[in-house]
Ligand binder design. Sequence first.
Ligand code: NAD
Length: 438
Amino acid sequence: MRVAMIGTGYVGLVSGTCFSDFGHHVTCIDKDVGKIERLNRGEIPIYEPGLDDLVRRNVEAGRLDFATDLTQAVKEAEVVFIAVGTPSRRGDGHADLSYVHAAAREIAQVAEGFTVVVTKSTVPVGTGTDLEHIIREAAPEADIAVVSNPEFLREGAAIEDFKRPDRVVIGTTDPRAREVMAALYRPLSLNAAPILFTERNTSELIKYASNAFLAMKITFINEMADLCEKVGGNVQEVARGIGLDGRIGSKFLHAGPGYGGSCFPKDTLALMRTAQEAGSPVRLIETVTTVNETRKAAMGRKVLEALDVPPRGATVAVLGLTFKPNTDDMRDSPAINIVQSLVDRGVTVRAYDPEGMHEARKVLPPSVIYTSGAYECAEGADCLVIVTEWDAFRALDLDRLKSVLKSPTVVDLRNIYPPVDLISRGFKYTGIGRGHPS
Ligand code: NAD
């Protein structure tokens, strides 16, 4: 099949490349000329494990190419995906659909023959219906079906998630579109991935409900962590103890500095706005977003409290800047709040991240000093903070670390070290939700 993917970001590039790996012919399109030029030179504009190889193989096989103009690819395509950004609209938290609407208009004007237009972007319930109107207005004669197919991949494990998903959700009641989508995803049925066909509004809601539920699960365990700190208890054991219950499940029960990233913060907000306007507020999720915001601010204070010296003039080493490991994505990373609150109090911040420093420079205060590795970062610092649990930070040489730090103080916001390992070596250790060191 011929596929056009509009938007070549974390979702568009990964899903376009995976579709081409299934044997379809895919053109990935982006308005960002620099991005497409890099891709045409064989460079990958984002960090995603395994993506460079997969792109190269499929380009060489002639199944994957890149363009800045959609005309040719959309004309030839049976399926056109919209995978552009849907950031929070400034001011009200609604999803900003301007990129999605613009893409739909452009598609309508050039599509030929029966074309399935698929929203892969995360879009509020009712967007598919709006797109139908936009398309009909732009091209009344066009033979187009609008389908919802939200994406659930996780950055850092995106290829595996796309190829072996827990489920694929497809929202359409159009039999022709259903047939096209079934053919497109047929290779996945070999991996026994359940394909859930549903009606379009439901499909759009499933994506927001999933993200809101996961954000809630993280926030729940974070609050349990706070309680453990106050009353004595180990949140990791609480998580294990409840996670073994099949009704609860063990995933997404890692206490930490609060959720961030390019999806949960904006999607919970957008769901809240949709629900408020529909007169059916999601109060649970409203609370989740407030608790999470408060938590991010509290993490900076946690670091300041761990310091043995006044903040002004102190140096803090921050390990990990991206919102999670194995990505270079800094969007809404908890590191942003933490670093900002330290800098605001006069702390000198040294930082290191294996892949995120290029993006970090765009969003962190200019005074941050970037270093070339974990030990270089710790050099002369009054405190070391682990913000993102990259594998490279899981087995640091603790004696070497202690020798380079000015003061052996560690704040481990991801609980990657057993407290006893550090305390027995003379460190002052603060984790998350571990009221009694174990
Ligand atoms: P991104 O910012 O990485 O990529 C979006 C791309 O679209 C950009 O490169 C931009 O230049 C391009 N673009 C915008 N308008 C365009 C147009 N009219 N024509 C061509 N290109 C255009 O965004 P992302 O992280 O890939 O997210 C895309 C969507 O997928 C969002 O709705 C997001 O919520 C959703 N999503 C993201 C993830 C994730 O982990 N990043 C997971 C699931 C769903």
